[in-house]
Design a protein around this ligand. Structure first.
Ligand code: FES
Ligand code: FE2
Length: 315
């Protein structure tokens, strides 16, 4: 919720009466949140305004315990992060060098989302994180939409894993259209001028920053073999004013949609073969996938960070 004074707060979407969701919308404007069940209402800071059926005495008695339950949220480069974990490490230190090495050079704070959507896939969330970060499958699955896309592995402190694709023309267009895209984002600098960063902000926020645009694919696990996917496409604010914005942006959207459909398909397909408990091997070209998987295993087992870094290089 963004309040009138511009403060941002995140809450669990559960009424403090008997728990119904306060809304099923993902965006919109309201003066107050009103629960559809018995019409308890809350202001944009989560404070209880009215409580149908609750006597003044009982309300007094429950004081403070009837406001919405807030979730930690923080902003970095105009992106809002919601932290559902018990770990209350400040966002800046969680993101570490991602901010100076990638977010700022690519001018992420200027990106404006022009399209987003949400859907469910029948695959484990990790399969999608893996497919985001490997290029071995690219010529197999994305032959016409991407083609070959060599990458270099990035190093840097913080809870992210990334690769860099050195390119002259943005890879956000299909190979036969490269060079006919928008001008580069004003003010980009450093390596952001020379190519595209593909990163996972752990555990499942895939964010790609190219010289002219940005896109993300956020994965939220639902169960062992279902994941909710949220996709967003962004351009820098000055690009939205380009005289041919509608025509040119359509070329990006078609390419993004196609690549994402191809990855949706292959992750659901892969999932079907994973129920037989067979083991496999990583190739040398999947070092980042292996690294990610090592991090996940280590976090699940509670191994110290030094341990998983060692495992990543040795195994
Ligand atoms: S559950 Fe929300 S008002 Fe009753
Ligand atoms: Fe892919």
């Amino acid at each position: 919720m963004r309040d009138k004074d511009d403060t941002i707060k995140a809450f669990y979407n559960s009424c403090r009466h008997r728990g119904a969701p306060l809304t099923d919308k993902t965006k919109g404007k309201v003066e107050a949140l009103i629960c559809p069940y018995h019409k308890w209402s809350y202001d944009l800071k989560g404070n209880l305004l009215s409580a149908n059926g609750l006597s003044p005495e009982k309300r007094q008695h429950c004081k403070g315990n009837t406001n919405l339950i807030e979730i930690t949220s923080s902003i970095s480069n105009n992106m809002i992060f919601i932290n559902l974990s018990e770990n209350h490490e400040p966002l800046e230190s969680y993101l570490g060098e991602y901010i100076d090495a990638i977010a700022k050079p690519h001018q992420i704070h200027k990106m404006r989302c022009i399209h987003s959507r949400e859907y469910v896939l029948n695959s484990n969330w990790k399969l999608y994180v893996e497919v985001d970060m490997e290029t071995l499958h690219t010529p197999c699955i994305h032959r016409d939409s991407i083609g070959k896309q060599p990458v270099e592995i990035l190093e840097g402190d913080g809870n992210w894993v990334g690769v860099f694709h050195r390119n002259i023309f943005s890879p956000a267009l299909k190979p036969n259209l490269r060079g006919s895209g928008f001008p580069f984002t004003e003010g980009i600098y450093g390596e952001a001028l020379n190519g595209t960063h593909f990163c996972i902000i752990l555990p499942g926020f895939f964010i790609v920053t190219a010289q002219d645009c940005m896109w993300w694919i956020q994965k939220t696990p639902i169960s062992e073999n279902q994941v909710q996917v949220n996709v967003g496409y962004c351009f820098p604010e000055e690009t939205l004013k380009h005289p041919d914005f509608n025509t040119i942006s359509q070329l990006y959207i078609e390419r993004w949609n196609q690549v994402i459909e191809e990855d949706d398909w292959i992750t659901e397909y892969q999932q079907k073969g994973l129920n037989n408990n067979v083991s496999g091997v990583y190739t040398e070209k999947e070092k980042v996938v292996q690294h990610l998987d090592n991090i996940i295993v280590a976090k699940v087992l509670g191994l110290p960070e030094s341990d998983w870094l060692l495992r990543s290089t040795n195994e």
